[in-house]
Design a protein around this ligand. Sequence first.
Ligand SMILES: *[C@@H]1O[C@H](CO)[C@@H](O)[C@H](O)[C@H]1NC(C)=O
Ligand SMILES: *[C@@H]1O[C@H](CO)[C@@H](O)[C@H](O)[C@H]1NC(C)=O
Length: 447
Amino acid sequence: MFVQHLGLLAALFAVAQAKVQYLVGPPFLRGSGKTCPADLKPQGIAIAGIDFGCDIDGTCPVNSGSFPLSGYGGSDGEGQMKHFVTDNGLNMFRLPVSWQYLLHGKSPGDKFDQDAFARYDKLMQACLNTGAYCMIDMHNFARFDGGIIGQGGPTNDQFGDLWSQLATAYASDKKVVFGLMNEPHDLDIKLWSDTCQAAVTAIRKAGADKQMILLPGTNFDSAATLVSTGSAEALLKITNPDGSNDGLLLDIHKYLDENNSGQHAQCTTNNTEAFTELAAYLRKQKRIGMVSETGASSDSSCMTAFCAQNKVINDNSDVYVGLVAWAAGSFGASYVLSLTPTRQGDRWVNNELFSKCVLAPWENSEGGTSSSSTTATATRSATKPDSSSTATVSSATRTPTDNVGQGVATDSKDAPSSATFLKPLTVQATLSQVACLLLGGLIHLLS
Ligand SMILES: *[C@@H]1O[C@H](CO)[C@@H](O)[C@H](O)[C@H]1NC(C)=O
Ligand SMILES: *[C@@H]1O[C@H](CO)[C@@H](O)[C@H](O)[C@H]1NC(C)=O
């Protein structure tokens, strides 16, 4: 029935395909013929809030969070996610939660508190409904109320049970990603890899046999020290029950301030060397990793360094298969690392840091999409973020070993949500989505 239009369709198809090739499609996905944003190299952002108040000793008071859904006490995380997908083509969100939150007063090894899990699931479903990948982030620093998991604290079996319950719930959701643990630190890495192995086995045995699982190293999962701490070597030995390592990715974090904590406004490193060296290591091992957390402030030093870092990550997308920035969700616009979009009238507006250093390096890379909504930027007022996290940069304190990690400030709700914008904004349609719809329609007609 469409035969007479085939010539025209073929021409249209060629144009659309050229467009899409230009717009999207990292080399490792091109072969698979997947071209729409949801199938791109993951690019995303954390929708934080439940984790507020979690400390690096693994204490996470259940009531100190700010649940990132409207009507649940925090921000409109659902609206933010829809915006990021529709307007910017993002395809991954990281959803922090804590072990304590899921238990709500019960003990490790117990079944989850049903109401608490139902709330987390509401956030998860809001994420899955956007079509994006949705990463569970267990925000406990390898601990539970001070005790290191598998090293004096909860047992590996109890940790396995935690992940078994989650994997059972999401076994059929191929886009759920299991982030085993946020930022382990100060522990025995060999024992920690045993703990992670227990979780991997539990997840696979619960039926989640294909989903990505992220394996985090010590020293706050720092990109700069994953190899030197022995983390990478120990973690990459972990296997699925069938002996393969399919879907098992090295988890990677990094900040750019003086002690890699993400607590200072000033960026003192662009991490290009660390990410280049780690990429070479992964390539040699024939393994891949996910940069599941990195962030910076809107200080001018970060506008340079964060952009430079993220360009290197995107340039090495053969081994860094995704980048998830920290953070939006219930963080206000004045939080030191804020990437939270603001609502202006009936539209969402990204801050300049997000547009310039998260979106642009991705869009300009081979793997990126090209939604034109990068023009929807806002210029922040020149005033620094809240003074409590404003840096006083000491020239002497940057440790050569990069051996201190992210502290609690990224989880503290120290951010009143008011923003000052100086410029009017423009928002345009999302070109890549239009191109994909067009291509999808043509493929449908031709097949
Ligand atoms: C990153 O920092 C290093 C060391 O300060 C510097 O040599 C390099 O030029 C920087 N890279 C970029 C892309 O800015
Ligand atoms: C990093 O610096 C901040 C602010 O100076 C400090 O509060 C924090 O404890 C430091 N983090 C670590 C892990 O040393």
